[in-house]
Design a protein around this ligand. Structure first.
Ligand code: ZN
Ligand code: ZN
Length: 142
């Protein structure tokens, strides 16, 4: 993990966080609409410190997830589980995107036909992801 800085388009929201070098591509239809086209490309982040939190708007699209964007410029910021710390930050926010690679594609059954697969990335379907989510939620419920 490396500490990286980033910001939204207008600069009202800035952050630094420890970021993993692997990018996850989510092809679910919610992410496609949220990003405006193509997958949500994000990196796992820890120890996130945000400046400009007043500019962040949360949108709950499901019973478990929460999507955040900048109220000023509309930039896609991050996705997280409700009531949990931020898990994934949109990779395009990072000031330095060197030495990152797409290693994981999820919800590949929703990947549009015009969008090619990443060679070498793991592929998982909605059914596989939902099974993982259910196992995670069951674990949290203990
Ligand atoms: Zn902004
Ligand atoms: Zn998605």
């Amino acid at each position: 993990m490396s500490v990286r800085t980033g910001q939204c388009l207008c600069g009202k929201v800035r952050f630094h966080a420890k970021v993993e070098p692997s990018i996850q591509a989510c092809h679910c239809t919610q992410c496609q609409r949220w990003t405006g086209g193509g997958p949500l490309l994000s990196v796992r982040a820890r120890d996130l410190e945000i400046e400009g939190e007043d500019w962040i708007e949360d949108y709950r699209h499901s019973e478990w997830g929460e999507r955040a964007f900048c109220r000023k410029c509309g930039t896609t910021l991050y996705w997280k589980m409700q009531g949990r710390p931020v898990g994934y930050i949109a990779v395009g926010l990072l000031d330095d995107q060197s030495e990152l690679a797409v290693t994981e594609e999820i919800f590949v059954d929703f990947r549009p036909s015009w969008f090619p697969a990443w060679i070498g990335a793991t592929q998982s379907t909605e059914a596989q992801e939902m099974a993982k989510l259910e196992a995670f939620l069951a674990e949290q419920g203990k």
